[in-house]
Design a protein around this ligand. Sequence first.
Ligand SMILES: [Zn+2]
Length: 217
Amino acid sequence: MKHTMRPLYGRFLEKPRRQQFLPSGPKPAYIFHGVQKADAFFRYCPICTAQDRAQHGETYWHRMHQIIGINVCAVHGCQLLSTTVRLHNFNKRVLVAAEEVVPANLASTTHGNSIEWQLAKYVAALLHAPINLDSSISISNYLVAHIPASYMNGKMRKLSSLLADYQCYYTACDVPLMNYWQLVSVFSGRRHNPVDISTLAMFLNISVTALSGLLQT
Ligand SMILES: [Zn+2]
């Protein structure tokens, strides 16, 4: 499990599904429509690749570079580059070694903006954080409790206003953003995509320590 995407994609499921999903469930990625797209390819960071080669004599696939929707390296902030190796079946076996397909002469690096880099760090931290499978905490309840007062009108949530500011916050980023109904689905516990939840939580100023710690107690 340590080498798969399960800790990330299973993290925010409700307890019964999380318990099924995380340890050894058969087809985890397919729970999320659109999480693993057929046209997605293994990616790499040019700086990580150069460091791998200097330190280990070869490079390898990094999990944090394969998260759909995150397009910069969490460590270096530079744009991830794509190979021609298809990403599906990531949780099974990776048959093509990175060293075979990542070019020897790497193109110069392009950096993403600071918010995009911060989000990459945020999601990578979730990928690496331990999970308590027995926790009954609901991510949607937690997020609802953290809606700032400025987006509340008595007990009514001003989600259109929240959505507009959320989309504005990420305006210069190459990040997949939720629409109104996807936002409603996250708050009502029907949407568990970790990148969507991370974009929202980071916008709401919820620290990654708090978010990843939710399921550790
Ligand atoms: Zn890197």
